[in-house]
Design a protein around this ligand. Structure first.
Ligand code: GAR
Length: 218
């Protein structure tokens, strides 16, 4: 089996990166992480990549005059390692339309809300402020619009009495670590098709978990 060469873009702690690295340790996993790029030096995500023996690069966005030149540098690195998939894992920069168009329907992002609710920042506090009784996370294909694009997988958690943004975030993060490897596996295995802005899978998942909602064939 040829595994899909994958680059992961990070900015911080990298716990989602860790979930992907752990999944990819299984030789039967259809993707391998070959490059991790951070726009911030010294972050934990870089240590996690090094511990897993994965090449790391730091591209500090502040060195660039504009988004285009920053993204051109990123794209050059990703292309140079022959990656067919890019995963954003806590990457806190907005990619240009040019970068997104270079890997059409091949860039995944994880976002800590049930999109299309609460795109952008401070998702957990906004879910609490809105009086939501459930919250969750989404893995989606990246489009030129922020936190939009066809949904590959979602997971929901309850909002509990007395929740703070921190407690809710921790509960959601557990689910992020479950659905991100799942979504990457589906994409890498060629099981994701996009039609009319929606993801269709080639077949239902063999072991659908109640807490993980993955769109099925229409
Ligand atoms: C995760 O909760 C991820 O969903 C979120 O940042 C955190 C990164 O944690 N991403 C965004 O908010 C992107 N808009 P991690 O570095 O431990 O994976």
């Amino acid at each position: 089996m040829k595994r899909a060469r994958t680059a992961v873009l990070v900015s911080g702690s990298g716990s989602n990166l860790q979930a992907l690295l752990d999944a990819a340790r299984d030789p039967g996993f259809p993707a391998e992480v070959v490059l991790v790029i951070s726009n911030v030096a010294g972050v934990r995500a870089l240590e996690r990549a090094r511990s897993a023996g994965v090449e790391t690069r730091v591209v500090d966005h502040r060195r660039f005059d504009d988004r285009e030149s920053f993204d051109t540098e990123l794209a050059g690195l990703v292309r140079g390692r022959d990656c067919s998939i890019v995963c954003l894992a806590g990457f806190m920069r907005i990619l240009t339309a040019g970068f997104v168009a270079a890997w059409p329907d091949r860039i995944l992002n994880i976002h800590p809300s049930l999109l299309p609710l609460f795109p952008g920042l401070h998702t957990h506090q906004r879910a609490l402020d809105a009086g939501m009784t459930i919250a969750g996370c989404t893995v989606h294909l990246v489009s030129a619009d922020l936190d939009a694009g066809p949904i590959v997988a979602q997971a929901a958690v309850p909002v509990l009495p007395g929740d703070t943004a921190e407690r809710l975030a921790a509960r959601i993060l557990v689910q992020e670590h479950r659905i991100y490897p799942l979504a990457l596996a589906l994409l890498a295995a060629g099981r994701v098709r996009v039609e009319n802005g929606r993801v269709l899978l080639d077949a239902p998942l063999p072991d659908p978990n109640q807490a993980v909602a993955v769109p099925d064939r229409a």
